[in-house]
Design a protein around this ligand. Structure first.
Ligand code: TXA
Ligand code: MG
Length: 352
């Protein structure tokens, strides 16, 4: 374990080329560097070194059967990491890279099994964040990077979140400001008969369908593991994004949802519990007797996506006992937002 964690701030990678070079060298030589991406912060290590992947799992406290996403700086790198690159993969890469899209392909022998959790497939993504791209280029090797949170906690969207979880456990944290999107990348598996959506993200199913035709959808995206749907992305099976307090989602018609939450808040209060409510900004004034966390306007799905993980972390800091959250959603991001909320709540939904 490193003696301490160095924290550096980089807003313009071109202006701070020597710092980027130094961070790249740490990665190349097997160290761990957390860095900003447009989705969430990543915890980077050299994807070609089994020892780096082992360190990533240890720092996150992550089960080692949960494969890592390999980040590249140029599309060409696909060909050395994947054993086969089918046409839909190239089409998706052309349409959405650099950006929040991860492709699952058959792995080449260059990628160690430690990086892929023992699978013969590999997840590959070319991020658009300028600091991420400059860093991967400087490292000169592909970078394995899961979200830079402790396993189970909400993904980090600021350097402060990374510091909370990983300070003292990794070599360096690059603070590049808040992540723009706030939810992890869309994952498409291209190793089966038909392309399959394994994790919904900022790039919607509809946007994917427009470029490669229809995709299958992993049924576990909106269903509890208790319903017997084992997710195809190993990481999707673990309790995830979870705040410390017990969380319930309230779903249904708006006014009924508000009424139900008011009732639940008052019942929690009479049990002597400290309740919190997570809701759209329009409803923030509706819940007396609870700590209220607004995620953003119900009309603005990008804001909800951007703030959700951050709000889940804020609830932890206020020491509440129980959380009631309005089931939020949107248009393009509906599946992605609902998927993260369901997982955060451990699939506890109260329909009204
Ligand atoms: O936006 C993102 O994708 C962020 C940033 C840092 O790039 N990364 C991220 O990584 O979310 P992570 O490790 O937190 O989530 C990776 C997900 C997990 O659910 C994992 O099981 C799945 O991708 N995955 C990785 N490789 C896979 C593979 N070969 N087959 C199926 N699922 C895979
Ligand atoms: Mg993660």
């Amino acid at each position: 374990m490193p003696e301490t964690t160095e924290i550096i701030r980089i807003s313009d990678p071109a202006a701070e080329a020597s710092e980027i070079e130094r961070a790249g060298q740490i990665l190349r030589e097997g160290g761990l560097v957390a860095f900003p991406t447009e989705t969430v912060y990543g915890l980077g290590g050299n994807a070609l070194l089994p020892e780096s992947s082992r360190r990533i799992y240890a720092a996150k406290g992550r089960p080692s059967d949960n494969p890592l996403i390999v980040h590249i700086a140029e599309t060409e790198e696909l060909f050395s990491l994947a054993a086969e690159v089918p046409q839909p993969a190239l089409t998706l890469a052309e349409a959405f890279w650099p950006g929040p899209m991860t492709l699952i392909l058959k792995k080449s022998r260059a990628v160690p099994g430690q990086t892929t959790g023992g699978l013969d497939t590999v997840a590959i993504r070319l991020p658009s964040h300028p600091v991420a791209r400059a860093l991967i280029k400087a490292a000169g090797v592909p970078i394995a990077a899961p979200s830079a949170n402790s396993s189970g906690r909400p993904s980090p969207t600021t350097a402060e979140h990374v510091i909370e979880d990983l300070f003292g456990k990794i070599d360096m944290i690059i603070d590049g400001g808040e992540s723009d999107i706030g939810l992890e990348s869309t994952i498409i598996d291209l190793t089966g008969e038909k392309p399959e959506l394994l994790r919904p993200g900022f790039i919607s199913e509809q946007a994917v369908t427009e470029v490669i035709g229809s995709v299958e959808k992993d049924p576990s995206i909106l269903a509890s593991p208790a319903e017997g749907t084992a997710p195809r992305a190993p990481g999707m099976k673990y309790r995830h994004y979870a705040p410390a307090a017990d969380m319930y989602l309230i779903s249904g018609e708006k006014e009924k949802v508000r009424e139900k939450i008011r009732l639940l808040v008052s019942e929690a209060g009479s049990r002597g519990e400290k309740p919190a409510v997570i809701c759209a900004s329009q409803d923030a004034g509706c819940f007396e007797g609870a700590a209220v966390f607004s995620v953003g306007s119900a009309e603005d799905e990008r804001e909800i996506a951007h703030r959700l993980f951050s709000v889940l972390r804020e609830t932890d800091k206020t020491g509440v006992d129980i959380i009631f959250a309005e089931m939020l959603g949107g248009e393009q991001l509906d599946l992605a937002i609902k998927n993260r909320m369901l997982k955060a709540a451990g699939y506890k939904v109260i329909e009204v």
